[in-house]
Ligand binder design. Structure first.
Ligand code: S3P
Length: 430
């Protein structure tokens, strides 16, 4: 099967969709339910390559997980119930799997090895390994512990006070999970607030966790209580359709059941500042997370914005699609303080700048961000996905407003977070 698709200009986007379940929350549901004592049912679990990496990892660690499609049933064995895996654990493309697991395995008294695909083996691991070593962990990895594969010999950990140099929910979560295995109280401080799903879910599983602004404290030795939960829709997947609808005149779509945790929805704030027509209705709570239906209409002109470091964590995964929105805004959009985007599934700053230029956009790559000249008339081109799901989906949206045909290469990458993306796009453009 060819791994590319040809797309052309769309007249409008119309209809109602339900986005796939949240990826971050699905990972965490498997992890916390495995560490809890007893049976937990997770409904609306994301069945995508990344989250299956986490599910398979916990099976290798001896956890029984019954797979009933979107519903999974996990027989948790408590924080000390994991067993030594008989083989290396392959985290695939998933940074969340590799980093959160490192935190857990560091405190478990057995030997384990984590690896990943070509992309994940180039992504920084020292950011979790260094603080875990401070907690007493025994971890070694490629290039002095900077990259996967890593080998972990778990042991009893000690609590530390740690000021995180980068705002990263993966690092924060790894340390909170390691904190469960530590003697004493682990104190973590983030430079800018990153997504807080781990904190919310740990409390709903009965763990006492103290949060004061950017400071979080967790005492070791606490047990998790099994709990059923529902995963809300993924805002980061919905984001592609939100921007597509805004950029195509006459569009009118409703995206139902989307997670709107404020640590995730920075893109909404930015788009509203740019002048977008977006309305949230039916705001409710699902398993401790705020959820809404998002209604967007196209055709209103957007104005350029200036985005700085403090905005980045709440829109970290929306950088590619925000770049596409900026190509249609009036004026020059600048995004800075976004150097983390260079170490995602691909170097997303370089990927966006390079391939937007192929479509006729004036884009300047900065060391920590990008400058994009708006009011661009996009033209069809042959786009490289760099094997990155979010680059693939962002350029698929760009193709819908470009003159001529656009070929997107490497489309199977969408299976990382959003299997069925192209079918959903087709349904809305029909
Ligand atoms: C994630 C955190 C973010 C995000 C990633 C998922 C998570 O990564 O980009 O897609 O589930 O914790 P960082 O923590 O590295 O910023």
């Amino acid at each position: 099967m060819s791994d590319r698709i040809e797309l052309k200009k769309a007249k409008r986007l119309k209809g109602e969709i339900i986005p796939p379940p949240d990826k971050s929350i699905s990972h965490r549901a498997v992890i916390l339910a495995s560490l809890a004592k007893g049976k937990s049912v997770v409904r609306n679990f994301l069945r995508a390559e990344d989250t299956m990496s986490t599910l398979n990892a916990f099976r290798k660690l001896g956890i029984k997980i019954e797979d009933k499609g979107k519903k999974i049933i996990i027989e948790g064995k408590g924080i000390h119930g994991l067993k030594e895996p008989a083989d290396i654990i392959d985290c695939g493309n998933s940074g969340t799997t590799a980093r959160l697991l490192s935190g857990i395995l560091a405190g478990n008294p057995f030997f384990s090895v984590l690896t990943g695909d070509d992309s994940l083996r180039q992504r920084p691991m020292a950011r979790v390994i260094n603080p875990l070593k401070e907690m007493g962990a025994e971890i070694s990895g490629r290039d002095k512990g900077k990259y996967l594969p890593i080998a972990i010999r778990g042991k009893r950990l000690n609590a530390i006070n740690y000021n995180m140099p980068v705002a990263s929910a993966q690092v924060k979560s790894a340390l909170l999970l390691a904190g469960l295995y530590a003697d004493g109280e682990t104190k973590i401080s983030e430079p800018i607030k990153s997504r807080d799903h781990t904190e919310r879910m740990l409390s709903s599983y009965g763990v006492r966790i103290d949060i004061e602004g950017l400071k979080i404290k967790i005492k070791g030795g606490q047990e998790l209580k099994a709990k059923d939960m529902d995963v809300p829709g993924d805002f980061s997947s919905a984001a592609f359709f939100i921007v597509a609808a805004l950029l195509i005149p006459d569009s009118d779509i409703t995206i139902k059941g989307v997670g709107i945790n404020p640590t995730r929805t920075g893109l909404l704030d930015v788009l509203k500042t740019m002048g977008a027509d977006i309305e949230l209705t039916n705001i409710r709570n699902i398993s401790g997370e705020p959820v809404a239906d998002i209604h967007c209409k196209g055709g209103r002109g957007l104005t350029a914005v200036n985005i700085t470091k403090e905005h980045i964590p709440a829109l970290i995964d929306e950088f590619p699609i925000l770049c596409i929105a900026a190509t249609q805004a009036d004026g020059m959009t600048t995004i800075r303080g976004a150097e983390e985007l260079r170490v995602k599934e691909s170097d997303r700053i370089k990927a966006m700048a390079t391939d937007m230029r192929k479509m006729g956009v004036e884009a300047e790559e900065l060391s920590d961000g990008i400058r994009i000249n708006g009011n661009a008339n996009l033209k069809g081109a042959s786009i490289n996905s760099y094997g990155d799901h979010r680059i693939t989906m962002a350029f698929s949206v760009a193709a819908l407003i470009a003159k001529g045909r656009t070929t997107i290469n490497g489309i199977s990458s969408v299976n990382i977070s959003f299997p069925g993306f192209f079918e959903m796009l087709k349904r809305l453009t029909r």
